[in-house]
Every structure is written in structure tokens, then in C-alpha cells.
Design a protein around this ligand. Structure first.
Ligand code: HEC
Ligand code: HEC
Ligand code: HEC
Ligand code: HEC
Ligand code: HEC
Ligand code: HEC
Length: 496
């Protein structure tokens, strides 16, 4: 097959060398370097680099030809697109063929990497240290089978493109070592699509009630068990019978709740507007604790309440120390027979450690020195039990606290409740008042009723038709403390 003379030039030749070598290496990698799923970030970046070299090589081929022709032809024009000339036609076919092969390989590659880039494994492990906390927390929750992309990528092409812009920002941050510790979704990386939840959960299908049983262990000598059984009133008010106003009523199609927050984490909410879309009635509740000036109001955005305002940690809930220790008492991994173990373990876990390794070293040390000082006999008589219990504490710690990313329970707000942060009490505090003196209620039975509480063997049970009053566990807390104040006054951060 005869090719045009202009094929003989340096640029074209180098283009051929580059593209052939790059193509062979790319094919070799795809065939021999194992599953693309297992490549490191560096591996993926080098692969992208090779594809770029290949494309540059391919572009150099016609570029060199066209330049040579322009130089040698009298009118300074190139005729490489003159397909009536058989030589040029041949060149065109060769180039076209290479291009089609290129297109096929890249389409297959792009399709494969597109799927891979949406996989939980890519999101969670390719950027290993940065995503380790979210990946670990996601793997143990109800959403373990939901893909990262199901929540983190918005609808349609705009959602997809926005997520790629975010991912590129993140890749740059990783390469330049400027990833924030910890990462916050509302600062531009990993924002969550508000509509995502309703792709899988239909608000018409909410359960009316849910029973919860929480098992606690107190910080006394006996690690006394304290159980709380309660019924959450979840109704969305859409049931065919009895339009109960329960917790999911906020998401009822006839209800629109909007609010204004004065901080970026939406923790301080001085203004709430409720519109009944059916009757058109509007009620505005304003905080009498921290009223909002009109001038300040005008600078803030009004947000419509969504699932995320309550379910702020549906996939990555980093449990506080008392919870991951309580749950290991329940399974028996931690022994109840070690005096004051709950208290000693809490003290060791709420400390802030610089790295995961130092935490793994210091937590056992601290617990053991507590026993050396206070109960030396435990070290003699119950050494195995103590070691087993310490190992269980470390297991809970490593699954919920990530010192290297500065991630732990007090870094993110879980708004589903009112203990570690104000959650529901941001609005439901009896201090959000309407013009007609209506308040957003803090009455304990608005959201849940207690069925039983106390220590096993001495439980107090609710009697039919009567609401049981909450009794705060332990001896030190007076009813007026928790009735007038907020639970988070004592429980937020590293509190009990
Ligand atoms: C069920 C929905 C859901 C799934 C599935 C999900 N996330 Fe999230 N993710 C969230 C929500 C909600 C937030 C908190 C958003 C906020 O604070 O505004 C979040 C926050 C984050 C953050 C910011 C840091 C933080 O903890 O707040 C990162 C990083 C993240 N997710 C990564 C991942 C990775 C990696 C996966 C897959 C292994 C994943 N997410 C799967 C809902 C989800
Ligand atoms: C890809 C589908 C999918 C998406 C998207 C999704 N979920 Fe889920 N969700 C599930 C499945 C499946 C379960 C488990 C149901 C079960 O265990 O019965 C679940 C369970 C839950 C539960 C119950 C957890 C528990 O304690 O049992 C809550 C709450 C929840 N999802 C909230 C959300 C919120 C909020 C979002 C949006 C950020 C969301 N989901 C997005 C599929 C999804
Ligand atoms: C006003 C706060 C609030 C809002 C808004 C809210 N939820 Fe919930 N949701 C709760 C509470 C509280 C529970 C009970 C938690 C528990 O059982 O631990 C719950 C339970 C659930 C459950 C498990 C029970 C069930 O019915 O299957 C799912 C799923 C769920 N919510 C999804 C959603 C979705 C999706 C949205 C948005 C359309 C949403 N929630 C909006 C507070 C809220
Ligand atoms: C942004 C403010 C806001 C937040 C946060 C909020 N709510 Fe509400 N909630 C309202 C408003 C407004 C009403 C309507 C009050 C009224 O007019 O009765 C309401 C009503 C309710 C009702 C019905 C009360 C009744 O009148 O019978 C329940 C139940 C409820 N909320 C539960 C919750 C729970 C649980 C949480 C936290 C997981 C929560 N809310 C968080 C604003 C909020
Ligand atoms: C606006 C709704 C709302 C009101 C009002 C409310 N709670 Fe709660 N409460 C919740 C939610 C939501 C949870 C979290 C349930 C879960 O664990 O998923 C919760 C959890 C609890 C728990 C379990 C905590 C644990 O870790 O075991 C106790 C105890 C409790 N509330 C007591 C009270 C008391 C006492 C009052 C009255 C001063 C009150 N609540 C008022 C919504 C409310
Ligand atoms: C004045 C401070 C204070 C207030 C306010 C307070 N608590 Fe507590 N709470 C404590 C202390 C201290 C403990 C530890 C008791 C122990 O372990 O012996 C505790 C322990 C608990 C526990 C057991 C925790 C565990 O370690 O497993 C629960 C549940 C609890 N409180 C619920 C609440 C609720 C619900 C409210 C709000 C209605 C509230 N508390 C308000 C001080 C307070």
C-alpha cells in the first residue's frame, strides 16, 4: 500500500512511535495488570497519563503530514483531505481504522471505569485514608448495600457533572496534601443530594410506630444496667384512618416547613415557618431566647426542611464512646464483673489522640493504670477478663474514631434525637413562639412514649392508659435539671 510522501517527516514518525508504544502498554496493562478495581490512585493516574500520550501521538501523525505539505506545495496548502488521490485515501483509511480501534477501546474502558468510579470500593478505598471513616461507618449501617453514588450524586446530567467537579477538586486536594481534616460535606466535597432519599423511601410508606430498646450501663462500681423501652410516634399523617401527627408529619405532602439558621451547620434556628398547603394557613414561630433582627434575617437563606435535617448521619454515624461501650457490654464482649469498667473505659476513649497507633497504645495503658491505682486485685484475679474487655473497647474505638482524619462523634452533628446535639430541640424547645402563643412543643410525649425503664429485675412499666414520666438514670441528676435545661447542656461533646 502506497502512502503519501509527506508521511516521511519527524513529527509524524514520532507520533507513530508514541502512539504505538502507548497503545501496547495500555493493552498490556488492561490484560495483565489485574482488575482495574484493585489499582491504586497512582496506577489510575498513570493510566490516564498514558491515554493522553497516545492521543497526542495520534494527533501528531496528520499534523506532521499537513505541515510538510504546506512547506512543499506552491500555494502553501495541504491536500491531506483530498480523498480522490488514492495515496491520501490509503492514509485516511489507515488513520480511520486506528481511530475506530481507539474509540472502541476507550469506550469499553470508559464504560468500565465509569461503573467502577461509582462503586463503593472506588469511593471508599481509592482515597484510602481520607475516606476510611465514612467507608468503615457505611459498611456497618442499614445502608451498607446502598452505593456512595446513590446519595452523593444528584439527578441527571447536572448531578453527574457536579459530582465529577467535586471529585476533581478532591483529587487535587489529595495530590497537593490539602484535604481538610475532618472533611465536611457542606464545605463543597461530598454534598448529599436532598432528593436521593426518596428514590428508595416513599413518604407514603412510613411505619406509624417503631419500638426502640436502648440498653445503658452506668458509671458506678457495678456498671449497673439501665434499660429504656420506648415507642417512637413516626406517623406521617397520611394514613387512611386517623390523620395522626407524628414525626414524619414534617414530610407530609400537605406540610411545608421552612427555617432560617444563623450558622453553617444549621444548629441555631431562630425562625421557623409552617405552611399548611391544603388550607394555606401560615404560622411563624420565632425564638424568644435569641430573637432574630430583621436586618440579619434579610442576609440569611430560608431553607425547606428535608429528610437530612433529622437524618443527618444515615450512612456514617460515628457512635459516641458510651454507645460503642454499652453495645459491647450487651454482647458480653466486655465483662460486667470488672468494677467501674464503664467509667474507666469512657475516660480512656474521650481523650483526643493524635494518631490511631497512639490510641491503640494509650487506651490499654490508661485502663490498666486505673486498676493498678484503684483495684489492684483485678489485675491478679481477673487478668484475662480485663484483657478481653480492653480488646473489645479497642474494637469499638477503631470502628468509630479515626484520629488520623480527626473524625469522631463530636465532629459531626447527629440531629436524630436531642442528647449529643440539640437535634429536634433546635425547634422543639418550648421557646419558639407564634403570634397566637402556640409553641413548637418540647413535651416528652410529643415524639415518643416510655413503656419501661430501670434496672432489670426492678423495672418500672407503663400501665395501660397512663403516660409514664421519664426517670433520669443514675443518682446525680435532678428532674429540674433535665426538665428546664436541654439534655445537650450535659451530654454534648464528650459529656456523659
Ligand atoms: C444513604 C445515603 C448515603 C450513602 C449511601 C453514603 N453517604 Fe456519605 N454522606 C451522607 C450524608 C447524609 C452525609 C452528611 C451530609 C452533610 O453533613 O451535609 C454524608 C457525608 C459524607 C462525607 C463528608 C464527611 C462526613 O462524614 O460528613 C464523605 C467523605 C462521605 N459521605 C463519603 C461517602 C462514601 C465514601 C460512601 C460510600 C462508601 C458514602 N458516603 C455513602 C449520605 C450517604
Ligand atoms: C439505594 C436505596 C437507598 C437510598 C438512596 C437511601 N436509602 Fe435508606 N434504606 C435503604 C434500605 C435498603 C434500608 C434498609 C431497610 C431495612 O433494613 O428494612 C434503608 C434504611 C433506612 C433507615 C432505617 C435505618 C434503621 O435504623 O433501620 C433510615 C432512617 C433511612 N434508610 C434513611 C435514609 C435517608 C435519610 C436517605 C437519604 C440520605 C436514604 N435513606 C437513602 C435504601 C436506601
Ligand atoms: C422531623 C424529623 C424527621 C424527618 C424530617 C424525617 N425523618 Fe425519618 N425518622 C425520624 C425519626 C426520629 C425516626 C425513628 C428513628 C429510630 O427509630 O431510631 C425515623 C425513622 C425513619 C425510617 C425507619 C422507619 C420506617 O418508617 O421505615 C426511615 C426509612 C426514614 N425515617 C426515612 C426518612 C426519609 C426518607 C425522610 C425524608 C422524606 C425522613 N425520614 C424524614 C425523623 C425524621
Ligand atoms: C426546623 C424546625 C424543626 C425541627 C428541627 C424539628 N421539628 Fe418537629 N415540628 C416543627 C414544627 C414547626 C411543627 C408544627 C408545630 C405545630 O404547629 O403543631 C412540628 C411538629 C412536630 C410533631 C407533631 C407535634 C404535634 O403537634 O402533635 C412531631 C411529632 C415532631 N415535630 C417531631 C420532631 C422530631 C422527632 C424532630 C427531630 C428528629 C423534629 N420534630 C425536629 C418544626 C421542627
Ligand atoms: C421533638 C421530638 C422529641 C421530644 C419533644 C422529646 N424527644 Fe426524646 N427523643 C427523640 C428522638 C428523635 C430520639 C432518638 C431516638 C433514636 O434513638 O433513634 C429521642 C431519644 C430519647 C431518649 C433515648 C436516649 C438514649 O440514648 O437512650 C430518651 C431517654 C429521651 N428521648 C427522653 C426525652 C425526654 C425526657 C423528653 C422531654 C423532656 C424528650 N425526650 C422529648 C425525640 C423527642
Ligand atoms: C445536669 C446534667 C444532665 C442533664 C441536663 C441530662 N443528663 Fe443524662 N446524664 C448525666 C450524667 C452525669 C450521666 C451519667 C450517669 C451515670 O453513668 O452514672 C447521664 C447519663 C444519661 C444516660 C445514660 C448514658 C449512658 O452512659 O449510657 C441517659 C440515657 C441520659 N443521661 C438521658 C438524658 C436525657 C434524655 C436528658 C434530657 C431530657 C438528660 N440525660 C439530661 C447528666 C445529665
Amino acid at each position: 500500500m502506497e502512502l503519501p510522501k509527506s508521511f516521511n517527516n519527524k513529527t509524524t514518525k514520532w507520533g507513530i512511535y508514541l502512539s504505538v508504544i502507548a497503545f501496547i502498554v495500555i493493552l498490556g496493562l488492561l490484560i495483565f495488570a489485574g482488575n482495574i478495581d484493585e489499582w491504586s490512585v497512582a496506577g489510575i493516574l498513570s493510566f490516564v497519563g498514558l491515554v493522553i500520550v497516545w492521543i497526542i501521538g495520534l494527533i501528531m501523525i496528520p499534523l506532521g503530514m499537513s505541515k510538510t505539505e504546506k512547506k512543499s506545495s506552491p500555494d502553501g496548502k495541504s491536500s491531506i483531505l483530498n480523498l480522490t488521490n488514492p495515496k491520501y485515501r490509503n492514509a485516511f483509511y489507515v488513520f480511520g481504522l486506528v481511530f475506530i480501534v481507539f474509540l472502541l477501546v476507550t469506550t469499553a474502558g470508559a464504560y468500565k471505569s465509569y461503573h467502577y468510579m461509582e462503586s463503593v470500593k472506588f469511593c471508599g478505598t481509592t482515597c484510602h485514608v481520607t475516606m476510611e471513616p465514612e467507608y468503615t461507618a457505611h459498611a456497618k449501617m442499614a445502608h451498607a448495600d446502598a452505593k456512595c453514588a446513590d446519595c452523593h450524586i444528584g439527578e441527571g446530567v447536572t448531578g453527574f457533572l457536579a459530582s465529577k467537579v467535586e471529585a476533581s477538586k478532591e483529587l487535587i486536594a489529595i495530590v497537593t496534601g490539602t484535604v481538610p481534616h475532618p472533611i465536611y460535606a457542606n464545605e463543597g466535597i461530598h454534598e448529599v443530594a436532598k432528593e436521593a432519599c426518596e428514590h428508595c423511601h416513599w413518604s407514603q410508606k412510613f411505619q406509624p410506630n417503631r419500638e426502640l430498646k436502648h440498653i445503658h450501663f452506668l458509671r458506678d462500681e457495678d456498671n449497673t444496667e439501665w434499660d429504656i423501652d420506648m415507642t417512637m410516634h413516626l406517623a406521617a399523617g397520611t394514613e387512611p384512618l386517623g390523620l395522626q401527627k407524628g414525626i414524619h408529619w414534617h414530610m407530609n405532602k400537605d406540610v411545608k416547613i421552612e427555617y432560617v439558621a444563623t450558622d453553617k451547620d444549621n444548629q441555631v434556628i431562630p425562625w421557623v415557618k409552617y405552611t399548611n398547603l391544603k388550607t394555606g394557613k401560615v404560622t411563624i414561630f420565632e425564638s424568644d431566647d435569641e430573637p432574630l433582627e430583621k436586618a440579619a434575617f434579610d442576609t440569611l437563606t430560608v431553607t425547606q426542611m428535608s429528610c437530612l435535617d433529622c437524618h443527618s448521619r444515615p450512612a456514617h454515624d460515628f457512635k459516641p464512646a458510651e454507645e460503642f461501650i454499652n453495645s459491647r457490654f450487651v454482647t458480653g464482649a466486655i465483662s460486667k464483673d470488672l468494677p467501674e469498667f464503664k467509667s474507666a473505659a469512657m475516660a480512656a476513649c474521650v481523650e483526643e489522640y493524635g494518631t490511631a497507633d497512639s490510641a491503640r497504645m494509650m487506651i490499654p495503658k490508661k485502663i490498666i493504670s486505673f486498676y493498678e491505682e484503684n483495684y489492684p486485685e483485678v489485675l491478679k484475679d481477673k487478668k484475662d477478663e480485663l484483657n478481653k474487655s480492653i480488646a473489645a473497647v479497642l474494637d469499638g474505638f477503631t470502628k468509630n474514631v479515626f484520629p488520623d482524619m480527626k473524625v469522631r462523634w463530636d465532629k459531626y452533628y447527629n440531629n436524630l434525637g436531642h442528647m449529643k446535639s440539640n437535634g429536634c430541640f433546635r425547634c422543639h424547645d418550648n421557646h419558639h413562639v407564634a403570634k397566637n402563643d402556640e409553641v413548637i412543643p418540647k413535651t416528652c410525649t410529643t415524639c415518643h412514649t416510655f413503656n419501661a425503664q430501670g434496672t432489670p429485675g426492678e423495672m418500672q412499666f407503663a400501665t395501660a392508659g397512663q403516660l409514664m414520666e421519664f426517670k433520669h438514670p443514675g443518682e446525680d441528676v435532678e428532674p429540674e435539671d433535665w426538665q428546664e435545661g436541654l439534655c445537650s447542656d450535659c451530654h454534648a461533646g464528650v459529656g456523659p
